[in-house]
Design a protein around this ligand. Structure first.
Ligand code: HEM
Length: 131
C-alpha cells in the first residue's frame, strides 16, 4: 500500500528530530538577535536553555512525532500558559518573524514547511490575549 503525503506526519516530512533541533535553535537565536523581537525576548527568562528543550518537545509531539511533551507537562493548555504574557498583534508578529526566519534558514520552501508555518501562525493568532 502506498503512503500519501496526508498519511505521513509533518514531523517525518520535514526531517524529524534533526530538523526540529535546527529549527528550535534558529528560532531562539533569532529571538536573541532581532531588534524588533526585544519585547518578546524580554518576556522569557534570561536563560533559554530549558524553553529550547520544552518547545522542541512540544513541536515534536504536535507535528506527529513521539509524545515527548504531555507525559512530562500534561495537557498543553497553551493559551492558558501564555496568559501571564501580554501578547498583542505586535508580539504575535515579532514572535512569527523569529519563526519565519528560522523556517527559512532550516527547512527551505517545501510544501511541508508551508503547512507547518500555516499551522504555527494559526496558533500564534490564538495566543493573543491583549488588544
Ligand atoms: C504569539 C506569540 C508568542 C509569544 C509572545 C510567546 C511567549 C512565550 C513565553 C514568554 C513563554 C514562557 C517561556 C519560559 O517559561 O521561559 C512561552 C512558553 C511556551 N510557548 Fe510561547 N509564545 C508565543 C506563541 C507560541 C506558539 C505559537 C507556540 C506553539 C507553536 C508556543 C509554544 C510555547 C510552549 C510549548 C511553551 C512552554 C509551555 C510550558 O511551559 O509547558 N508559543 N511562550
Amino acid at each position: 500500500m502506498s503512503e500519501t503525503a496526508a498519511e505521513i506526519s509533518i514531523y517525518d516530512r520535514i526531517g524529524g528530530e534533526n530538523a526540529l533541533d535546527r529549527l528550535v535553535a534558529a528560532f531562539y537565536d533569532n529571538m536573541d538577535a532581532l531588534p524588533h523581537a526585544a519585547d518578546v525576548r524580554e518576556m522569557h527568562g534570561p536563560e533559554l536553555t530549558e524553553i529550547r528543550k520544552v518547545f522542541k518537545n512540544y513541536l515534536t509531539e504536535w507535528t506527529g512525532g513521539p509524545a515527548l511533551y504531555s507525559p512530562v507537562k500534561g495537557h498543553p493548555r497553551l493559551r492558558q500558559r501564555h496568559m501571564p504574557f501580554p501578547i498583542d498583534n505586535g508580539a504575535r508578529d515579532a514572535w512569527m518573524a523569529c519563526m519565519t526566519k528560522a523556517l527559512d534558514e532550516t527547512l527551505g520552501d517545501t510544501p511541508a514547511r508551508r503547512e507547518l508555518e500555516g499551522n504555527i501562525a494559526k496558533l500564534a493568532d490564538w495566543m493573543r490575549n491583549r488588544a
